[in-house]
Design a protein around this ligand. Structure first.
Ligand SMILES: Cc1ncc(COP(=O)(O)O)c(C=O)c1O
Length: 507
């Protein structure tokens, strides 16, 4: 109707500019148009109401409109007041900066960080190892695949997707004190969430146990050795041992700290069933580097169970671990190796107190900022649906399974290399039989002449960790599968080239 009226008005305006007999003819044409349009509007609107009825119904409609508007407006304002976050004040600048830095595009091959170096006063991308350029989009030709360290960056994409639930705002005055709300430099809420997490996953018993925090489990390794060693100078030093292949740091730390209370005595296989009093045995389960679930070898020894990898990401959860002294770390759980947070679960109060005194003298506990971040991460994980595909356990397991599957398939097609044997196992966390998903590949060079597997790989453009570092033969080398997707993709590419070259040579 509106366009029809506009059409009529503009036709009349045009007619007023026309003079003489043309004007009379034009006016008649306009009348015709008006008649047609009013006829048309009748057809569209139906018969017109009387003036009274019209006034009454428009008043009625207006009242109805007001009646409907009032509760709607009330609802709008009340819900706004209840649910809208209050205006941010001191945190808004920091939040804006954090979001601006996070929004910088680094082509998926790098990241910009709030505390990164500024170039011309602006944040810039820090590129992954084999990429460069302003936005990390240029691949560095011939770059070696880094599969050396256990840097757990495979979890970074998960946290990028969960930026909101894991972000932490730290005020300048946040927990400045040496003290925390709990005793012995421990945050009560964080300790409570650690216990909740273990009971949710079912991988460790914490009821009636003491919990000690450390700057990564690296700090707790020596704290545990100290606590289990004899505290009298009259006793002979404790012998610290582990089974081959073992995580290097047990040896390097024990040798480095060089205490009169303990000494590195090498590998369990050399003990020949020795009675194990005054022995401290490291049992890493699942093992780094070969992913096996392990038990102590010596009977009667004090055992330090290192369960860094006993999470659904890397292993079937068989039963809640119940060792006297167990180590865990956030590094391999959430991937936040840089936060340096680990914890020990301890049965005996005397051992617990000796660990506390070590940590008190050594660092006076873990950074309170790390407490805050770790708590936030655990809360985000615990809020998720158990075992769901998008949850951290679902994501981590499927990523690791896929990586192991790809590498295993490739290596199986070669005579030159082999991998540790792993089979599907029942996992109580997922409630089903699951495929293997180890954190590391323990690669063996099978050819007689390939005595130094690390060197063979290095020649093929792959950086591995040599077997001797794990107390093992150099025919073995460890490949880390927990690094970034870029690192893993390049590892597959370089391994693929090595396997293809070998096949061509055999033809
Ligand atoms: C078996 C084992 N224990 C402990 C650690 C140390 O972890 P954190 O980062 O907590 O010091 C690692 C790290 O790779 C490890 O593989």
């Amino acid at each position: 109707m509106v366009s029809l009226q506009i059409g009529v008005c503009s036709t009349q305006a045009k007619a007023s500019n026309i003079k003489g007999p043309h004007r009379t003819r034009k006016l008649m044409e306009i009348k015709q148009i008006n008649m047609d349009s009013s006829h048309l509007s009748k057809l569209i609107e139906g018969p017109k109401e009387s003036n009274n009825t019209k006034a009454y119904s428009s008043k009625y409609l207006f009242c109805l409109f007001l009646l409907l508007c009032s509760p709607c407006l009330n609802f709008f304002f009340i819900s706004r007041a209840l649910f809208q976050s209050p205006e941010l004040s001191w945190s808004s600048r920091a939040a804006t900066e954090a979001e601006a830095v996070a929004a910088l595009s680094c082509s998926g091959h790098g990241s910009a960080f709030v505390d990164g170096i500024l170039v011309d006063g602006k944040h810039v991308c820090e590129c992954n190892a084999c990429y460069r350029g302003q936005d990390c989009s240029e691949f560095v030709q011939g770059c070696a695949a880094d599969a050396e360290s256990g840097d757990p960056l495979f979890l970074e994409p998960y946290w990028r997707q969960h930026a909101a639930s894991s972000a932490v705002v730290v005020a300048g005055w946040h927990r400045m004190s040496y003290q925390t709300d709990g005793d012995y430099f421990i945050s009560i809420e964080l300790e409570r969430h650690i216990r909740r997490l273990h009971s949710h996953v079912g991988n460790a018993i914490t009821d009636g146990r003491f919990i000690v925090f450390g700057a990564g489990s690296t700090q707790l390794i020596n704290a545990a050795v100290h606590a289990l060693s004899p505290n009298s100078s009259a006793s002979s030093p404790a012998s610290v041992v582990a089974s081959v292949p073992y995580y290097t740091v047990y040896r390097t730390q024990t040798e480095f700290f060089n205490s009169r209370a303990y000494e590195w005595k090498g590998v369990t296989s050399k003990m020949g069933g020795e009675v194990a009093a005054n022995f401290i045995e490291f049992v890493t389960s699942p093992n780094n580097p070969d992913g096996r679930l392990q038990q102590p070898v010596l009977q009667g020894s004090s055992v330090i169970y290192d369960h860094a990898y006993y999470w659904p990401h890397f292993s079937a959860v068989k039963a809640p671990a119940d060792g006297d002294l167990m180590l865990f770390t956030i590094s391999k759980l959430t991937g936040h190796a840089g936060s340096r947070f680990g914890w020990a679960i301890v049965k005996d109060e005397g051992v617990y107190r000796r660990m506390l005194s070590y940590l008190g003298i050594n660092t006076m506990g873990v950074s309170r900022d790390t407490h805050l971040r770790s708590l936030k991460l655990l809360k985000a994980m615990l809020a998720e649906e158990r075992g769901a595909a998008g949850s951290i356990f679902g994501f981590a397991f499927s990523t690791m399974r896929e990586r192991w599957h790809k590498l295993n398939k490739l290596v199986s097609s070669s005579d030159r290399f082999s991998l540790q044997q792993m089979r599907p196992e029942y996992c109580s966390y997922f409630g089903k039989i699951r495929d293997p998903s180890p954190a590391y590949a323990w690669l063996k060079c099978e050819k007689e002449e390939d005595r130094n597997c690390h060197a063979v790989l290095r020649a093929g453009g792959i950086i591995s960790r040599a077997g001797y570092k794990f107390g093992a033969d150099n025919r073995y080398a460890r490949l880390s599968l927990i690094r970034s997707q870029d690192d893993f993709d390049l590892l597959m590419q370089r391994m693929g080239a090595l396997v293809t070259k070998e096949k061509a040579r055999n033809m």
